[in-house]
Design a protein around this ligand. Structure first.
Ligand SMILES: NC(=O)c1ccc[n+]([C@@H]2O[C@H](COP(=O)([O-])OP(=O)(O)OC[C@H]3O[C@@H](n4cnc5c(N)ncnc54)[C@H](OP(=O)(O)O)[C@@H]3O)[C@@H](O)[C@H]2O)c1
Length: 265
């Protein structure tokens, strides 16, 4: 089954910043009916005002929830189940000397990147299965493909998500429910500074960092298609080939040297 803006709607979890916000803007311009879910209520209402002014936009719902709360997860799920497709962009990074990480931030990362993302995916997929179709598109990372010293828990959480999603894809694809994983490399968003990485990482690797709009357009292509790929890489797709060929100990020591330069230790 193919999807289109006249018959299908999309929920966006994490719509108030970065890749989620860029994707919301792009899809609204293309006339897709949207349900927006974000944590920051002020940013959410200003985004809704902006998008509602676009000629073809249809904002069906906008809800502000903190996904770390029980009620927040429930509300987000209800909104996602009302749509045919869920795009989930939530994710937290944490960079530095791993043994010095603040315990509260470690718990927050694991709850958002692993626990809440898993529950959201399972509960929405179950509802889509009953309906007979649907897509859940989660955001992992290129970091899912190998260990990254000084970004250890983040990379491990994305490896978990990729593994979990690939398994669900196999379980559900025959039921016309597709769980798809996005694996972007570096994106030009505030993610790095929020994670505690020095801003210079984006400047130094500018040629490798992608504007979120590029991914927003790729995401729309994946949304529209009937049968979808299991995971989606960006222009760094060759890099994931290296990670299959080279030992993970080598990848870890190379990426560790790189990340060490961009953390305060
Ligand atoms: N930027 C990159 O280089 C890069 C590369 C590969 C993969 N990714 C992944 O891509 C996704 C989007 O990242 P981004 O670059 O767009 O960064 P971002 O702007 O920081 O996006 C993260 C999203 O998660 C939401 N979030 C975090 N904690 C939440 C909570 N408790 N309740 C509700 N929402 C919460 C944030 O909401 P708030 O706006 O309220 O904080 C935000 O919408 C993430 O999963 C990230 O891991 C990013």
């Amino acid at each position: 089954m193919k999807y289109n803006p006249l018959e299908n709607s999309i929920s966006i979890v994490g719509a108030t910043s970065g890749l989620g916000e860029a994707t919301a803007r792009w899809l609204a311009k293309q006339g897709w009916p949207l349900r927006l879910i974000g944590r920051n209520s002020e940013k959410l209402s200003s985004l809704v005002n902006e998008l509602e002014a676009l000629p073809r936009s249809k904002i069906l719902e906008a809800i502000s929830v903190d996904l770390l709360t029980e009620g927040g997860l429930q509300k987000a799920q209800e909104s996602c189940v009302s749509s045919d497709i869920t795009l989930n962009f939530i994710g937290i990074g944490l960079a530095g000397d791993s043994v010095q990480f603040d315990e509260a931030r470690v718990r927050e990362l694991l709850r958002i990147n692993v626990e809440q993302t898993t529950l959201l995916t399972l509960n929405i997929s179950r509802a889509y299965m009953k309906r007979g179709h649907g897509k859940v598109i989660n955001t992992a990372s290129l970091a899912a493909f190998h260990p990254i010293p000084y970004f250890s828990i983040y990379a491990a959480s994305k490896a978990y998500l990729l593994s979990f999603d690939l398994a669900l894809y196999k379980e559900l694809a025959s039921k016309r429910v597709y769980v798809i994983t996005l694996c972007p490399g570096g994106l030009k968003t505030e993610f790095h500074s929020k994670a505690g990485l020095k801003d210079s990482i984006v400047k130094d690797y500018e040629t490798f960092v992608t504007e979120p709009i590029v991914w927003a357009k790729k995401i729309e292509n994946i949304v529209k298609r009937g049968k979808s790929p299991q995971y989606l890489l960006g222009r760094e797709s060759m890099y994931s080939v290296f990670t299959k060929v080279l030992p993970s100990t080598f990848m870890a020591s190379t990426s560790g040297k790189l990340y060490k330069k961009y953390v305060d230790i």
